[in-house]
Design a protein around this ligand. Sequence first.
Ligand code: TXA
Ligand code: MG
Length: 348
Amino acid sequence: METNVWDVRKYVHNLQSYPQIDEIIAGYHQNKLIALPTETVYGLGANAKDEEAVKEIYVAKGRPSDNPLIVHIHDKSQLNDFTQNISQETEILMDAFWPGPISFIVPYKSGFLSDRVTGGLQSVAVRMPSHHVGRAVLQLTDLPIAAPSANISGRPSPTKFEHVKHDLDGRIYGIIQAEDIDEGIESTVIDCTSYPFKIARPGSITIEMINKVLPNSVINEKLDLEKPIAPGMKYKHYAPSQPVTLIEGGITKQMSLSDNTSKKIAVIGPKSIEPLISEQMTFIPLGRDIADIKGAHHDLYDALRIADQLTNIDEIYISGYERNDDTIALMNRIDKASGHNIKGEDEL
Ligand code: TXA
Ligand code: MG
């Protein structure tokens, strides 16, 4: 399949005047797979009402079909078609954070969407993205769009057009090319099927931000749906092909390789630690310094993809961050990229 590329970079604020906009809209209505930018990562979008389109999403990504999808909307009124009993507390949070990088798991009302979207669950995840282009596409098509991250399953989520093209060229109908993504990690997922709510996936909207809007509405309990069930299980997620080691607490001293190793190493970490990295190693920066969490979110998946493409590298080290409320989402992704393979700086 030849994948169409629609470069809308000059039309970001006025997508309607993009000459081929009708092709894109028609594509979604004909149940084709079209990748679209959102403020978190690129999504692989398709009509969530169509059984075949949703099935194709799983095929194109190589994704296990029991892992449910997020439904993207542009207006809350769309929820009436396929959700029910949304609590007042949920509505308050939707109104506070939408459009934006948070997905809500709410009770599902079957019938309207393909049941493949929910993987047979009684709940459905919904999100209203804020990205100018993503939002305009949702408005113009006026369909509920199922959209997982637009990567091959197991690889880092795509934050640049090139990442989507690399993974899905030839496998999908089209890609909407916009500027690189602002945020860089996937949305916060909050489970609103029982109260107090639980975080199912941490993101840039933190527990603290949510509880500021609605005190005590989220409990600080770790419920991570993507975590491996058995410890030590080989779990590949966001993972380069070389072994990755997380250096807990980060690199704080000059790194030198022991004399008996000829290992080629790449180090991913905040730009500020570059002077600590030996010249024989390849350094890939992640934000400015350890306080630049937003920058680290923005750079992480690109850094993992760059590391993955380096030839002659035997091992990748990622310099960790202090674990606190602000770094939960970042460390969650780094934990997964390292397959929970963690060492202290002195153990290297
Ligand atoms: O930022 C994002 O959320 C991006 C952009 C494209 O919107 N999308 C994204 O989708 O990250 P995906 O499919 O890669 O991740 C969706 C996550 C998965 O961990 C999935 O298991 C969970 O949401 N999820 C979806 N529906 C659910 C449900 N009904 N119950 C529990 N978890 C659900
Ligand atoms: Mg994903």
